[in-house]
Design a binder for this molecule. Structure first.
Ligand code: GLY
Length: 377
């Protein structure tokens, strides 16, 4: 159900800032941007073909095209998307959804260019091979003959890669992709979700029997903590699953994750990197968790069956975006990223920087407000 949105008064200025900075970045980047150091983008080595973040940069270009109507931005997005083509058969990780949904499917939806579909279908076929039918999950990292630890590992982030599979079933008529995506989502809600509505970043399974072993973490504080970006990936991804399947368990799960985290946000609504950090309030934020959450809330509002709740999700999303716009953008600093104060991974000592995925979901959320009829699934 779509509830009409009143655009906030700062929306046009925020989008103009984003598109102007994107044009500047386009003129200066030679490789895919990932995070900032010293205010400048750290670029992904060419042989990584976008790593897991290439789609976010391309997605920003597609959305900048949609915001401005400037065909040179669509042409640039298409050029950058070509750099992802070597990843179609990549069996090393689960991130083909991030790469090909934003790099190709989004571009097809915004431009009608059907030639963008075949690479995304090929990537979905590759991603589906990561499914472990015994445990009913998609292996997050490593090759399919990697160590048992890697073959049995799932992460919250995979919730964002399922939409490529749902899309591939619709496009190809083969129900198997959607079945895999729905099965993985059910496994995630059974094992990552705790009774209080928080989630673990990681779960470990026995890859041979499929038996659940334990909750764990990689980028969060601990196995029992709630990593803020992971929780935001879940709000967004379970709403995608509800749109694709109509199964109310997924709508309820997205709501539950949201209701758990909302009272745990600080006054300015930008999460600390992990909700359970004992250092709060003297710890780093993750602006990318905030932008994922804002766009995820608008995604949830777009499928919400209860009009009152849809209005609440929209108004919370706008409040988060206003806080990002007022206090977390690079307007006053001239840094290359749109948002400041992201945290890639505090356990790996990478924090308080710009992140290209934080930027992407900020632009995506602004565009959901600016052009609600635009197709962003
Ligand atoms: N998907 C990796 C991350 O969220 O950092």
């Amino acid at each position: 159900m779509t509830t009409p949105i009143t655009p906030p008064p700062w929306l046009d200025a925020a989008l103009e800032f984003c598109t102007a900075k994107t044009r500047h970045n386009l003129a200066t980047l030679s490789g895919f941007p990932e995070r900032t150091e010293g205010g400048q983008w750290v670029q992904i080595a060419p042989d990584l073909h976008g790593w897991w973040v290439g789609g976010h940069w391309i997605g920003i270009l597609w959305l900048a095209y949609a915001a401005t109507g400037d065909p040179s931005l669509a042409a640039a997005a298409r050029d950058w998307a070509n750099r992802l083509l070597p990843r179609q058969p990549d069996q090393d990780d689960h991130d083909l959804g991030f790469l090909f949904e934003l790099g190709f499917v989004l571009g097809c939806q915004l431009t009608g260019d059907e030639t963008l579909k075949p690479p995304a279908l090929q990537a979905a076929a590759t991603l589906s091979k990561r499914y472990n039918p015994r445990g009913q999950f998609i292996q997050a990292w490593g090759l399919l003959d990697a160590s048992p630890e890697l073959r049995g590992r799932t992460i919250m982030d995979t919730m964002m890669n399922l939409d490529l599979l749902f899309w591939a079933s619709k496009e190809s008529g083969d129900p198997r992709y959607a079945e895999i995506a729905a099965a993985h989502a059910r496994t995630t809600l059974t094992h990552h979700l705790r009774v209080d509505g928080s989630t673990s970043h990681v779960c470990d399974f026995d890859p041979e029997t499929g038996a659940f072993l334990k909750q764990d973490t990689h980028q969060g504080l601990s196995a029992t903590s709630c990593w803020s970006r992971g929780q935001a990936w879940g709000v967004y991804g379970f709403a995608d699953c509800y749109r694709a399947t109509g199964d109310p368990v997924f709508l309820n799960t997205s709501r539950r994750l949201m209701e758990h985290l909302w009272p745990r946000l600080p006054a300015d609504l930008i999460p600390f990197w992990d909700f359970d950090s004992p250092l709060i309030p003297n710890d780093v934020r993750d602006s990318s968790a905030a932008s994922v959450l804002a766009s995820g809330l608008l995604n949830l509002a777009s499928v919400e069956t209860d009009p009152n709740l849809a209005g609440i999700w929209q108004s919370r999303a706008i409040s988060i975006l206003e806080s990002l716009w007022q206090n977390y953008t690079s307007r006053q600093t001239g840094e290359a990223s749109l948002l400041l104060h992201g945290t890639r991974s505090k356990p790996h000592n990478m924090m308080d920087h710009g992140l290209i995925y934080g930027d992407y979901y900020f632009v995506e959320a602004l565009m959901r407000l600016s052009k609600p009829d635009l197709i962003i699934s």
